[in-house]
Design a protein around this ligand. Structure first.
Ligand code: SF4
Length: 322
């Protein structure tokens, strides 16, 4: 069994909002509301769900770009939930992030070489020729050439820019990369090139990924295990094949029924979800999915279902599974 790299326990992130006259009444947007999972060394955990379900906030908490309101994050067994700034700085070497928009995440005034070298400069890990050599290594690692170091980001295509973002993330030899919708802004033809690059790098460098996306096909392509989020909670988490072949939670079943299949002879019955996602500032009582669930029972309206092992290695938060 692979070693655990990240352990997230009951993570919560509530954002305060002021309501009422003079903003006196405080309420909270429960962006993440009790999320627990592990990531093992060298694996990819996919996190999937509709926009606003809390998956990006979860990624930012794991990166410690946001502090959790409650809960604990362990990295290599050490509690990193509430580290002081100087220790957070050290942690940043081990945890890196790849962002959705490769256009916005690269500074247009810096050369590609300067962008990739930036983490080395900030953390003072290499200078002069050693730094230039590392930049060249990184460019080659992501399928670019050393002469690209002197060019600017606008001279590259979207796929190449995402390769630059990945090279920057790899500069300090991280153990985990949180990739937040890393291919969503790219053409479909380019998406698979970037996903394949990420998989090759994972094999070569032993990286772990927390891969966040709303796209179930992309998550299926790259993940070892997949967690499905709804309104700030994980409602199902399992090995990829288990989850895609036999989804148990009614929400996962509905999401997967909407994924197009390549073979026109295969007919899938599409489950149409009625109603909108409720507001995370006023989530429904009990199971937060109950207003939209066709299998809703009385208990669902009053009692929050816990995430439990329904089948070996397959966890579901649903009263249908005992
Ligand atoms: Fe549906 Fe009840 Fe399961 Fe929630 S707990 S998904 S409402 S059956």
């Amino acid at each position: 069994m692979a070693e655990q790299l990240i352990e997230a326990k009951n993570l919560k992130k509530y954002f305060p909002v002021n309501k009422g006259l003079f903003g006196r009444k405080k309420s909270y947007v429960r962006a993440v509301d009790g999320v627990s999972f592990s990531i093992f060394k060298g694996e990819t955990l996919g996190l999937v769900g509709e926009s606003g379900c809390g998956k990006s906030t979860t990624g930012r908490i794991i990166m410690r770009l946001l502090a959790p309101t409650e809960g604990e994050i362990r990295f290599n067994g050490k509690d990193i939930s509430r580290l002081p700034d100087h220790q957070l700085r050290e942690l940043r070497k081990e945890l890196q992030m790849v962002f959705q928009d490769p256009y916005a995440s690269l500074n247009p005034r810096m050369t590609v070489g300067e962008i990739i070298a930036e983490p080395l400069v900030v953390h003072r890990t290499a200078t002069g020729k050693e730094r230039d050599k590392r930049v060249q290594e990184l460019l080659e690692l992501v399928g670019l050439s050393s002469y690209h170091a002197n060019r600017y980001a606008h001279e590259f295509s979207g796929g190449q820019r995402q390769r630059i973002g990945i090279a920057r993330a790899l500069a300090l030899h991280p153990k985990l990369i949180v990739a937040d919708e890393p291919v969503s802004a790219l053409d479909v033809s380019i998406q698979s090139q970037v996903l394949n690059l990420m998989q090759d790098l994972q094999k070569e460098l032993g990286l772990a990924y927390l891969f966040i996306s709303h796209d179930l096909s992309v998550v299926e392509h790259i993940s070892d295990r997949v967690g499905v989020m709804y309104l700030g909670r994980i409602v199902e988490i399992a090995e990829k094949d288990d989850l895609y072949d036999k989804p148990l939670h009614p929400y996962t079943q509905a999401l997967l029924s909407a994924v197009p299949v390549a073979d026109p002879r295969i007919r899938k019955e599409r489950i149409i979800l009625e109603g909108d996602i409720p507001s995370p500032s006023n989530p429904p009582q009990g199971c937060s999915f109950h207003p939209r669930c066709k299998s809703c029972m009385d208990i669902c309206k009053t009692t929050v279902p816990e995430l439990k092992e329904s089948e070996p290695g397959h966890f579901t938060a649903c009263h249908l599974y005992g």
